[in-house]
Design a protein. Structure first.
Length: 660
């Protein structure tokens, strides 16, 4: 029996033995690595659904099931327990087919050790049921440190690790913090337990968003000290009051709501997603964090949200009464039950359509978009990470040195129509948009990714080959592309002029350096097509690699086996960035070309619209959708378009059923 036959027989045996019980399942590859962790209220039904009909399964699941060699499962008493176990196993194994929080093992909390006679307030990364109170998780240690710094300015509490039981003096002399009024000195019995506990209660109120009462107390304290001519103590109270008032002012964004709620917004870009969380208590935003989610390629927004919520709330001590969301997550009912179990009472998952809550969701979404852009910009700005990524890439691919100039190529088409190609350029690990190029495929209208890739590579490097042959040089500092490099038709001239990514004439004439590495988006077929052209052009010394979409593996022409960069490596992260940018650039151009083609076909069927009027309409509206939305008067305002032609065009659109 072949290995595939043995694998299928083993999986059939496992599937037959699955119980009708809630639990968690782990799908493993041939090497024993965990590929995916999932949970189910009925294990047999859920796991079997992956291996039955392929209809309705997304590409990510199809890729995963093709690799699965074994399935393990763990039974739980309830679905809520399955949610918790699933989150813990995702953290432990970080399966590549799961949607997962980046670095989710180390999210920090503020911990108040209420189990001690004189509680401490510390940063921690572990939730332990020892009677302590936890606030968080926060997205970073710096967020916790800023919170602790503010608390120390307002409230004097101990920061030492001493065991201080009530009624016992443990030190002869206190530390410096006691003398600068940052600690109340429980170690020398300078404060009673009840009074110290009152301070800790105020800290809890502050962290829960009840700062008005604290501000009122400080205001009265300042007046009392001032009336008694204790100006130094009055100044200390004044400074604390100002710190509290600044916090209240910063939290007023949610002053219209008195609910206990978390508000979540989401932003996505290719394989990453960012979730922005607003923590609102008593009408104030007491926390604001963003979380980066990995493995979000080829999944829906609902799946991303449905995966984030249990991973986040599994790490919290107590969910709020209401979670306000931009849309319903996957498995919403099971999630609501899980959150209610964590809280001990009902938790509402709300998707507002209008009003203040909807505006809060929009604000959170806007912040998520900005946070994701900032994360990407910070990575690109970090020279150390870029250098590390380039060195890892050079080592993995066996290059002689770190590649300075990397070019990546991608194709985009629908059944071969409106086919286009893209080239993006990264220099020293950073994008160079001025050197991006676009290709209109000319070699045929039938879908053939290999032929299209070969055409694009030939048009990019043909001039370099000619110059090398003419000069006899082994390498060229700067070589241009084929004069027909862009391949844009005359009908797209105006649209190109409006496209910020279109190259200027000076850039087009200047020429481009030969790359240190060429990456083609695709597997062995695309790689073979590109390498064949490079050999034909006598440019075999330019390294070419193929990036397979399926498992994000790199292929080289000289190696039968793929190169797998570590999942957490900076090198893989850079390759993904480059591939995503090439894909984005190709998709954007393809949509523009398709829109212009649709627009041209509409014009061709309307009497009285020739090339000049077609160009005028294209310049004014740019798409069929905009013409469909325009009135006859607006179309007639286009230079050279008489009213009767405008009426004829709108009538044609109406007859074709294109008017909404």
């Amino acid at each position: 029996m072949t290995l595939d036959g043995q694998r299928e027989a083993h999986l059939r045996t496992v599937l037959r033995q699955l119980p009708l019980s809630p639990g968690v399942y782990l799908m493993k590859g041939p090497d024993g690595r965990v590929l995916y962790v999932g949970k189910a209220d009925l294990l047999r039904h859920r796991v079997r659904s992956y291996f039955g009909s392929k209809t309705g399964l997304d590409s990510r699941i199809l890729r995963m099931t093709a690799e699965v060699a074994d399935i393990e499962y763990i039974l739980t008493d309830t679905v809520s327990e399955a949610f918790l176990l699933e989150s813990n196993l995702i953290k432990e194994h970080r399966p590549r087919f799961n949607i997962r929080l980046r670095d989710d093992k180390s999210y920090p909390f503020v911990k108040i050790t209420l189990g001690e006679d004189f509680p401490r307030i510390v940063r921690t990364r572990k939730l332990v049921r020892d009677g302590s109170r936890y606030f968080g998780p926060y997205a970073s240690a710096s967020s916790v440190d800023e919170t602790l710094k503010l608390l120390r300015r307002i409230f004097p509490f101990r920061t030492c690790n001493l065991d201080i039981p009530e009624g016992k003096r443990v030190l002869e002399r206190p530390c410096l913090l006691y003398y600068i009024k940052r600690c109340q000195g429980p170690c020398i019995q300078a404060i009673e337990k009840a009074e110290y506990r009152a301070t800790i209660d105020r800290v809890v109120d502050f962290l829960e968003g009840r700062q008005e009462g604290i501000a009122a107390e400080l205001r009265n304290e300042m007046r009392d000290h001032s009336s008694a001519l204790r100006y130094e103590q009055a100044a200390i109270a004044r400074d604390k009051l100002r710190a509290v008032e600044r916090t209240i002012e910063q939290q007023k964004v949610a002053a219209f709501s008195r609910a206990e709620q978390d508000v979540i917004g989401i932003a996505r870009e290719e394989g990453e997603a960012c979730l922005q969380l607003f923590v609102i208590r008593n009408g104030k935003m007491i926390g604001r964090e963003h979380f980066i989610v990995e493995g979000a390629r080829d999944v829906t927004d609902a799946e991303v949200l449905g995966s984030f919520l249990p991973q986040y709330y599994a790490a919290t001590e107590r969910p709020p009464r209401e979670v306000v969301l931009p849309f319903a997550p996957s498995e919403a009912d099971a999630l609501a039950a899980f959150l209610a179990d964590r809280r001990g009472s009902k938790v509402a998952l709300t998707v507002p359509e209008r009003g203040d809550k909807r505006r809060l969701v929009a604000l959170a979404t806007q912040n998520a978009v900005e946070a994701l852009s900032r994360e990407r910009a910070e990575w690109l700005a970090d020279a150390g990470k870029r250098d590390e990524a380039l060195e890892e890439l050079a080592t993995g691919l066996g290059l002689g040195r770190a590649p300075d100039r990397i070019e990546c190529y991608d194709m985009s088409n629908i059944q071969g129509t409106s086919a286009v190609g893209s080239m993006v350029v990264f220099v020293n690990g950073r994008p160079e948009p001025r050197e991006y190029r676009r290709f209109r495929i000319r070699s045929g209208d039938t879908p053939d990714d290999f032929r299209m890739m070969a055409e694009v590579i030939r048009r990019r490097f043909s001039r370099a080959s000619r110059l090398r042959a003419e000069t006899g040089a082994l390498s060229l500092a700067a070589v241009g592309a084929d004069p027909a490099f862009e391949g844009l038709g005359d009908e797209a001239a105006d649209a190109e002029a409006r496209d910020e990514s279109a190259p200027s004439t000076s850039a087009r004439d200047a020429g481009w350096a030969l790359p240190d590495l060429v990456i083609v988006d695709g597997g062995k077929g695309q790689l073979s097509a590109a390498v064949g052209v490079m050999q034909e052009l006598e440019l075999s010394d330019v390294p070419v690699a193929g990036l397979a979409k399926r498992f994000e593996e790199l292929y080289l022409p000289s190696r039968p086996d793929p190169i797998v960069l570590p999942r957490n490596s900076q090198g893989l992260y850079l390759v993904q960035r480059i591939r995503d940018e090439a894909h984005r650039f190709a998709i954007t151009y393809h949509r523009n070309v398709r829109s212009r083609r649709a627009l041209a076909s509409v014009f061709d069927e309307v009497e009285g619209i020739g090339p000049a009027r077609k160009k005028a309409l294209l310049k004014r509206f740019g798409s069929v959708r905009r013409i469909r939305e325009a009135s006859v008067d607006e179309i007639a305002e286009t230079p050279g378009i008489p009213r009767e032609v405008a009426e004829r065009l709108k009538g044609h659109l109406a007859r074709e059923g294109m008017l909404a």
